[in-house]
Write a protein that binds this ligand. Structure first.
Ligand code: GMT
Length: 380
């Protein structure tokens, strides 16, 4: 198949899923065209089946806000026409689904070309931004006008059906993991440098947005640290980093916390870690937690959104109510205080992560694309 993929080219979860999916599809013989405003972060190599089309938006003094959606729709028209795509797959509804709808209409009415559009809902496009009144009519319309819609968890599907007036079916296809990249590697030299006294290592990776509750990560760590010699690695960057840093000074644990900023080789850091913390107030799936589990790191998380579908309570880690720092700390201590118990949780985390391996999930997308293409009625 020839597939156009539209996504945010950043390190965020939806961009990572879109890019990794495109790479895997290309390796499986499909021709993949990425269409976005910047080269996706993880698309930094040459492959004969991978193409990248940059969406450039012309500056004009009249534009206080650049009309990216129009530029994207125009680029989609171009790429579909000249590369003869079979399907467009947009990741994150806003503004990609409505831009794809516009392109689809232009292609049909001007060029007689029918192009099916699949929209994947990732989370905040529904739970935070999409619900906002300034977007919801467009989000509802463009979901209903897509030829296929997928959501990354059952919970996100249920939330979408609850918030919006949706008239079409939504297929759940969860996030996936490349176990060749995300696996536990022996990095004992690195572990020794981080934890010279053989302390337990806790880790958090995110974009440090409000929704990630990064201050709760520090509060949980403080409680664990009071009982168990431990270190905390904070990976990533974003608006809440400063507050988290300040809190770690106030609570007098900053000497045992390292803020590492954005890191490419997250799997190296996860490989030396004992416990992953994800106390988010909203999380449609929790790709970062899946990456941790694949590297044999159990997860202490909130029970919001799709997290219970990933983190099995008492098996791969524990779930607590959002904001219940005491419970999260208690559960973290329970896992970390006993070496044998910790090992059991580590093995269970990896076992469960295997269910989400790329080779299980990519075929679901391929089958879904084929179904959507077959169902799309071609004009005479
Ligand atoms: O987590 C983020 O803030 C990034 C965000 C995104 O859209 O890039 O991630 C969302 O999509 C990921 C991939 O499907 C999911 O694994 C994350 O759970 C989801 N984030 C939220 O729902 C907050």
């Amino acid at each position: 198949m020839k597939i156009g993929i539209v996504c945010y080219p950043t390190f965020g979860g939806s961009g990572v899923v879109a890019t990794e999916l495109g790479k895997a599809l290309a390796a499986n013989g499909h021709e993949i065209h990425f269409i976005t405003y910047r080269q996706p972060a993880r698309l930094d190599f040459f492959s004969e089946n991978l193409y990248y089309h940059e969406v450039a938006v012309s500056q004009y003094p009249l534009f206080d806000f650049l009309p990216y959606e129009s530029a994207l729709a125009s680029k989609l028209v171009d790429v579909v026409r000249f590369e003869k795509l079979d399907l467009i797959h947009v990741h994150y509804a806003i503004p990609h689904a409505s831009a794809a709808f516009m392109a689809k209409q232009i292609l049909l009415t001007t060029y007689g070309i029918t192009i099916p559009v699949v929209t994947t809902l990732h989370g905040t496009d529904i739970t935070l931004v999409g619900k906002d009144k300034s977007f919801s009519p467009v989000v509802t319309f463009s979901i209903n006008q897509s030829d296929g819609v997928t959501a990354v968890s059952q919970n996100l599907k249920d939330q979408t059906l609850g918030y919006f007036d949706i008239t079409r079916d939504i297929k759940v296809i969860p996030n996936f993991i490349d176990l060749d990249r995300f696996s536990n590697k022996d990095r004992s030299h690195f572990k020794k440098a981080i934890a010279p006294g053989n302390e337990r290592i806790l880790v958090h990776t995110s974009n440090f947005r409000k929704v990630k509750n990064t201050e709760d990560v520090i509060r949980i760590f403080k409680k664990v640290h009071d009982v168990i010699p431990s270190k905390l690695l904070m990976v990533g960057d974003g608006p809440e980093r400063r507050n988290a840093e300040e809190l770690s000074r106030e609570l007098n644990v900053c000497q045992d916390i390292r803020f590492l900023g954005k890191q490419d080789a997250v799997e190296e850091i996860l490989s030396v870690s004992d416990l992953f913390l994800m106390p988010s107030s909203s999380e449609s799936f929790g790709l970062a937690a899946l990456e941790a589990m694949a590297c044999q790191v159990p997860v202490i998380s909130s029970n919001t959104g799709g997290l219970p579908e990933l983190n099995k309570n008492g098996v791969t880690g524990f779930l607590s109510a959002v904001g219940d720092v005491d419970d999260m700390a208690k559960n973290a201590i329970y896992i970390l205080e006993d070496g044998e118990r910790l090992q059991k949780f580590k093995e269970a985390a990896l076992n469960h992560a295997k269910e989400f391996q790329l080779s299980n999930i990519m075929p679901l997308y391929e089958q879904y694309y084929q179904k959507v293409i077959n169902q799309t009625i071609k004009p005479q």
